[in-house]
Each structure stands twice: as structure tokens, then as C-alpha cells.
Design a binder for this molecule. Structure first.
Ligand SMILES: [Zn+2]
Length: 286
């Protein structure tokens, strides 16, 4: 049995315990150990956390280069459909007043920038692109443009599952202005299954959030309410005016009748609570 890891959970500070292992025959990974927090359930890869930065960057680039810049991701068949839904939801959220339509929006770790391109092309909205590893050229912000509190919307899609250090989570949140919004697309489940065959255990995925770990981040960062859009699998976290956000969501949902567009909660919307995520496939079907 593996020796206990001394470092506590990066979300809540409680102890972590070995949960299970999975063998990868790609990217030189071998046996990967996943450790879980005894309190909040946040689970991360001890093996990835011990990788040297250069090896970690190589793994990330290799696992994303195969589909970034193309139209399909074989490991995520809903990628394009979901991106289009996310662009549609961001446009709608600006139109109804959930987002500052004139504010600075940034897609953090945007990869090839498809979400920003879709927003510009289909909705004439500006979403700035930033990617530490893949962002090259005039279309991307450089590191010097990442001003703390400088953005009215900071969105990350498929990013949280690649982050192992608390400082990196905090750096993303730190870009949000005092009245700004944090947008997140990642997989969140009630509990991470002890199942090496779980579809979400991919070579470059090293961090797995639970409803509890997300609620804790939400509180620690000072957010007051959130909304979730199912089609886009996108959360928007708000710092201010939960009454106003609830009113806007109520009006928008009333217009949509029996198919409400947004789920609202004073806290983190634990939409997938009770859902058998362990059996959900990559297409989001159970
Ligand atoms: Zn924890």
C-alpha cells in the first residue's frame, strides 16, 4: 500500500487518502494513483502532482494537440455542440443582463479559441483569448495582460480537471472583477467513483471536483449565487446582487415555459447531485 501523502486537500485542508489506481499505457504515465479528500471528496492524481513541469506540459500538449484546431475531439463527441451552446448561452446571458455586455470577457486556457470565435462570428461579442501553453500570436493575450480583478467575465471550459495546485485555481478566480462573473465548465459529481474504468479518467485529467468541493471554493472566493445551463453544461457564479440575478433568471425561465433555461441557487448549483455520474458516458447520457 502506498504511503500517505503529507499534503492536505488543496480545497478544504483535510487529510487525503489513496482511493484507487489506473494504468495508462500512453504518454509514459504507467500506474496513476488517485487520492481523495476525506472531507470534501476532491480527488486528484498523486502521480501527476509529482511530474516535472516540462513532462506535465508535454502531456497536456500531446493530449490536446490531436484535436485542437480541428472540428472534432474523439474523446469528447459533444465538444462542438457544447461550445456552440456555450456561445449561445453567453450571448443570451448578456442580452438579459446576467453579464455585462460591454465588459471585458476572457476565456482562460482557451486552447484554439473556438468559443471566442463562435461568439464573434455568430453574436458579434468579444471574448478575449488566453492560453499559457497554446496561446501564440496577436489573437491571444500575453501574461502581462492578466490584470487581477480586470475582467467582468472569466470563463474556463474543460480546465478545472487539469489543475492540481491551489495557487492556479486562485489565479483564475483572481482575474474576476469585484462585480464580475466566473464561468465554469467541468465535470462535477456527488462523489468520484472508485472505478478505473470511469470515462473521465483520461491521461491529462488530474483533478476531480465534487459538489462539496465546488461549494467550498464558491464560499471561499466570496460568491453569492450561481446559475447552471444544462445544454451548455455551464455554471455562472455571481458575487453580487443575488436577488437581482434570481429575478432575471425567473423572467428568462418564464419566457421559456416548460423548458427553463437556467437553474438558480444561492450557493453552488449542485445540478448533478443524485445523478449516477459513474454510469454517465462521455456524451453525457446515462
Ligand atoms: Zn477537501
Amino acid at each position: 500500500m502506498q504511503a500517505p501523502i503529507a499534503s492536505p486537500c488543496i480545497i478544504c485542508g483535510a487529510d487525503t487518502r489513496f482511493a484507487f489506481a489506473k494504468r495508462f499505457d500512453t504518454h509514459g504515465l504507467g500506474a496513476v494513483e488517485y487520492w481523495r479528500c476525506v472531507a470534501c471528496g476532491f480527488t486528484c492524481s498523486y502521480t501527476h502532482s509529482r511530474m516535472k513541469p516540462a513532462a506535465w506540459e508535454t502531456l497536456n500538449v500531446a493530449s490536446h494537440a490531436a484535436y485542437q484546431g480541428t472540428d472534432e475531439d474523439p474523446g469528447d463527441p459533444r465538444w462542438r455542440t457544447r461550445l456552440e451552446a456555450q456561445a449561445r448561452v453567453l450571448d443570451d446571458a448578456a442580452a438579459i443582463g446576467l453579464l455585462d455586455a460591454e465588459g471585458h470577457w476572457i476565456d482562460y486556457a482557451c486552447g484554439d479559441g473556438k468559443l471566442a470565435d463562435a461568439l464573434a462570428k455568430n453574436y458579434a461579442r468579444s471574448l478575449l483569448k488566453y492560453d499559457r501553453y497554446m496561446g501564440r500570436g496577436a489573437a491571444y493575450l500575453d501574461d502581462g495582460a492578466l490584470v487581477a480583478g480586470g475582467f467582468d467575465l472569466v470563463i474556463t471550459t474543460s480546465v478545472f480537471e487539469h489543475i492540481m495546485r491551489r495557487v492556479d485555481f486562485d489565479a483564475i478566480q483572481g482575474l474576476v472583477s469585484p462585480t464580475g462573473v466566473l464561468g465554469i465548465h467541468t465535470l462535477v459529481c456527488e462523489s468520484v467513483p472508485d472505478d478505473p474504468t470511469w470515462f473521465y479518467l483520461m491521461p491529462a485529467h488530474c483533478a476531480f471536483h465534487t459538489n462539496r468541493s465546488m461549494q467550498l471554493l464558491f464560499e471561499q472566493w466570496g460568491y453569492t449565487c450561481s446559475v447552471y445551463n444544462v445544454a451548455a453544461q455551464l455554471w455562472l457564479w455571481f458575487k453580487t446582487d443575488p436577488d437581482g440575478i434570481e429575478r432575471i433568471v425567473g423572467s428568462a425561465n418564464a419566457r421559456d415555459g416548460s423548458n427553463p433555461k437556467y437553474v438558480f441557487k444561492r450557493g453552488f448549483v449542485d445540478y448533478w447531485k443524485g445523478s449516477p455520474m459513474a454510469r454517465m458516458d462521455v456524451a453525457g447520457k446515462i
